[in-house]
Design a protein around this ligand. Structure first.
Ligand SMILES: Nc1ncnc2c1ncn2[C@@H]1O[C@H](COP(=O)(O)OP(=O)(O)OP(=O)(O)O)[C@@H](O)[C@H]1O
Length: 625
């Protein structure tokens, strides 16, 4: 008896995109189906380590392509783990993989020109079959069960499921090819696609092909993939083309990797690692639950597709394979979680990734800059999460600064080397972007002294930088909370001004909400005022970010600083000296406070009142009141 189901709404949207917007690289459907078949074989092989009976004697793992010209079908079969009724309903129609919703939302939000690029990144998996087929039948029998199940759909909105027969465990995905996709019936075409996209799959991908002419004509089974385990070869025995092809296959990326890490550890702990650093952020890093860690093999046998214990989450962009012969083949997933052996491998991998990134920065600064602008925000998470490696991570960071031109960058080491004798600290300021940061009153003193300040504009910066106390012995300080010390002559000026302005300062104290003190500053040059904060106060940029995230961090009272050399402050002082009760003292004081908020990129608590005051001044100035 056949049951009808409807696809989950997100999947209906994905299917719509697949059938209406994906026209290029249609051949990747075969890579996706072969990869699913290979995963299914890995799963049954892994499960059989605990339960040998699951295999029922069939250890001849393979993926088979079969063509039926008359029926215009292409079938991809495997003797993997298979699916029972519930698994097939869940996996092929009900459960959308993580990140699908976020992807669809960003697709809606993106402008038309950016959409094809976004769609191209999305991992379409099984559903890519509908790029070339107008109907797909899946026949599957779960390992350990005698009952098979048939799934069928035209990809429009519904699918059917019914009981069926299948000779052994595994899955057949039968594609009823569209009229104009007949090329996928040709053995030369299939051979070429497998070579291009699935050559390194460990299990054989086989197909029956006709060989010979006339009398000698016969059908032979051909293995289409080379199944080369590149990581087992010597470093110099693998060509760049092989690396590129292997990387593309395991990552799904259409670009070549930015850097290859290939080595064999020998001695107390033996393992081989072949890792790749991508150029850009992949789809899953943007939208989905991240799959952390390289594939784990034990003597060429894949144990896990992503072994989280092998790399920390902040290196989740690194793809590749680790093969360790010191682990037992039937190692359980639980055992892998806190395994001292894996911890040692992780240490070595992390060190090698840092080294590779350092090499890339020196050998190809442009490629490193691209890598960093895409994946730097992820790497920076390590500053907060990996205390032991904080310094190495900090060493890899790139920053714009007051001295760099927009778009150009400096490193902490370069900044440190260029510090003048008198400067003892590294300064940074965090904000939305360079245009907001540059006019900040907090930077004026640094400009005057010729000291550089790092301009931090990644949202994550405000979260991780306050925790980075120093870099190779030089303290790191936030420029808005730590202004340069005054020179002796500036100190003398400050004392003089303090005496002259005392009356005004006392009059302004306690008048503004959220301001706990009003004082003078010799550090301001162009600006009339600035809002300073105590050393341990929350960064105002961080406060704004938390507000955006819907969290109310609780406002922290600030200190209003006035520039005694500024004409506006002098004018206010004159008004106050003439008549301390003049209402303009409060009104102008409020304007100075609001200016300071605007200058640091914060919002005014009462923009209406600010505008009213400003307009009154314009009218007065024009002399038509
Ligand atoms: N040949 C197969 N044998 C057994 N299960 C399969 C097979 N093909 C697909 N599945 C099941 O269907 C699920 C969905 O497959 P799909 O290709 O859409 O996504 P995925 O493989 O999980 O993700 P990705 O494509 O990102 O690897 C798989 O996770 C798997 O459980």
């Amino acid at each position: 008896m056949s049951e009808k189901h409807t696809f989950k709404s997100e999947l209906q949207q994905v299917l719509h995109i697949i059938t209406h917007s994906l026209y290029s690289h249609k051949e990747i459907f075969l890579r996706e189906l072969i990869s699913n078949a290979s995963d299914a074989i890995d799963k049954v092989r892994f499960n059989s380590l605990q339960n040998e009976h699951l295999l029922e004697g069939d250890r001849d793992f393979r993926i088979r392509l079969a063509v039926d010209r008359e029926a215009r079908t292409l079938t991809v079969s495997d003797n993997g783990v298979g699916m029972d009724h519930d698994a097939i309903v869940d996996n092929l129609g009900t459960i959308a993989k993580s990140g699908t919703k976020a992807f669809l939302e960003s697709l809606k939000a993106a402008d038309a020109a950016a959409r094809p690029g976004l769609i191209g990144q999305f991992g379409v998996g099984f559903y890519s079959a509908f790029m070339v087929a107008d109907r797909v039948t899946v026949l599957s029998r779960a390992a350990g069960s005698s009952q098979a199940v048939r799934w069928e759909s035209d990809g429009l909105g519904e699918f059917t499921v019914e009981p069926a027969e299948r000779a052994g465990r595994g899955t057949d995905v039968i594609l009823h090819l569209k009229e104009d996709e007949k090329e996928f019936l040709e053995s030369w075409r299939l051979r070429a696609i497998v070579k291009q996209f699935s050559d390194f799959i460990e299990h054989p991908v086989v197909m029956d092909v006709e060989k010979g002419e006339g009398e000698d004509r016969k059908v032979e089974e051909e293995t289409l993939n080379s199944r080369k385990a590149l990581w087992l070869r010597g470093k110099t025995d693998v060509t760049e083309e092989e690396h590129n092809a292997f990387y593309r296959q395991i990552s799904g990326d259409f670009e070549d990797p930015a850097k290859v890490i290939h080595y064999a550890a020998e001695g107390a702990l033996e393992f081989r690692a072949l890792l790749y650093i991508p150029r850009r952020k992949s789809w899953d890093l943007q939208f989905a639950e991240p799959k952390v860690g390289p594939k784990l093999y034990v003597n060429r046998v894949q144990i896990m597709d992503h072994c989280e214990a092998l790399l920390p989450p902040y290196l989740r962009f690194v793809k590749g394979v680790v093969d360790c012969s010191d682990l037992p083949l039937n190692v359980s997933r639980e055992l892998l979680q806190h395994n001292p052996l894996l911890e040692r491998i992780q240490k070595s991998l992390v060190k090698n990734v840092f080294q590779a990134l350092t090499d890339l920065r020196t050998s190809d600064p442009e490629a490193y800059r691209t890598f960093f602008s895409e994946l730097g925000p992820i790497l920076k998470e390590g500053l907060a999460r990996d205390y032991a490696n904080r310094e190495q991570i900090a060493d890899l960071l790139l920053f714009e600064s007051l001295r760099t031109e927009p778009g150009k960058t400096t490193t902490l080491a370069e900044y440190q080397a260029a510090m003048p004798e008198a400067q003892k600290d590294i300064y940074w300021l965090a904000g939305e972007d360079r245009a907001v940061l540059e006019p900040s009153p907090s930077l004026e003193a640094f400009r005057r002294k010729g000291w550089d300040v790092l301009l931090l504009t990644d949202p994550i910066d405000a979260f991780v930088f306050p925790g980075l106390a120093d870099f190779k012995g030089t303290p790191l300080k936030a420029a808005d909370r730590h202004q340069p010390e005054l020179e002796p002559e500036e100190k003398a000026l400050a004392e003089e001004a303090q005496a002259a302005f005392k009356g005004l300062l006392d009059a302004l104290k306690g008048r503004f909400k959220g301001v706990k003190d009003v004082r003078l500053s010799q550090n301001l040059v162009e600006s009339a005022s600035r809002l300073a904060a105590d050393d341990d106060a929350l960064d105002p940029h961080m406060e704004r970010l938390l507000q955006k995230l819907g969290q109310a961090p609780g406002h922290q009272d600030r200190i209003l600083e006035l520039n005694p050399a500024h004409p506006v402050v002098k004018a206010l002082q004159a008004v106050h000296a003439r008549d301390a009760a003049d209402p303009r003292v409060e009104a102008y004081g409020q304007l100075l406070h609001d200016q300071a908020l605007l200058a640091e990129g914060s919002r005014l608590p009462d923009p209406g009142a600010f505008l009213k005051r400003l307009n009154e001044l314009v009218v007065k100035d024009a002399g038509i009141h």
